[in-house]
Design a protein around this ligand. Structure first.
Ligand SMILES: N[C@@H](CCC(=O)N[C@@H](CS)C(=O)NCC(=O)O)C(=O)O
Length: 207
């Protein structure tokens, strides 16, 4: 059976759990990271030398990097649905996944880290404010893009929605100022209608 190492509150683990839920895959999840440890053991580092979560093992295939895992599972079990078979549609989904990893996450991470994981007196609020403004600019792009489509590549839900969906959930639940992005709000509500998103990602409080 597919094995997933990683604590359930990690945004990167959540991408993989949500993907498995969309594909109705059975899996065994082993808690790892932060208070659970495991990820710093020699055995774990032999699988993932970064000592980060998630890592998966599937029929002898060991894989780390959450978005590579989402792509792998979507291609293996959801070709034509979660992973579009049309190369243009697939590239479109890839584009939004990469944009999340290379752009959105860089702005979201400092906000999350300071407001959720750092005691109030030690927070770098200048960094939080700057990152929030940059994240709001990213969310404005997504909001405009969603004006005439239900999901990031069109009217069908694909792997392209998974990483961004986890970021959008944080945007709406972090204690920050938010612009009134109506298309983005409708998108978040649409995601909330998906049971795997509700179970694996839309879990509060953020921790
Ligand atoms: N680029 C990696 C990043 C993985 C990552 O940073 N994981 C964090 C959790 S979100 C982690 O393992 N932190 C250490 C810990 O939980 O102990 C991915 O997408 O999988």
């Amino acid at each position: 059976m597919l094995k997933i190492w990683g604590r359930a509150n990690s945004i990167n683990v959540q991408k993989v759990l949500w993907c498995c839920g969309e594909l109705n895959l059975e899996y065994e999840r082993i808690d790892a990271g932060l208070q659970f440890g495991v990820n710093t053991t020699p055995e774990y580092k032999a699988m993932n030398p970064n000592a980060l979560v998630p890592t998966i093992e599937d029929d002898g295939m060991v894989l780390w990097e959450s978005q590579a895992i989402v792509r792998y599972l979507a291609r293996k079990h959801g070709l034509g649905t979660l992973c579009p078979s049309d190369p243009n549609a697939c590239a479109d989904a890839d584009r939004w996944m990469d944009w999340n990893a290379t752009t959105v996450w860089l702005n979201l991470r400092p906000i999350f880290w300071n407001l959720v994981r750092t005691p109030q007196e030690k927070r770098d609020m200048a960094l939080v404010n700057d990152s929030r403004n940059k994240l709001a600019a990213n969310m404005a792009i997504l909001d405009a893009h969603l004006a005439n489509r239900k999901y990031v590549i069109g009217d069908a839900f694909t792997m392209g929605d998974i990483p961004l969906g986890t970021a959008v959930q944080r945007w709406f639940n972090l204690p920050i100022e938010r612009e009134n992005f109506r298309n983005l709000e409708a998108y978040y509500q649409r995601l909330q209608g998906r049971s795997a998103f509700k179970q694996c990602v839309d879990v509060l409080p953020l921790s």
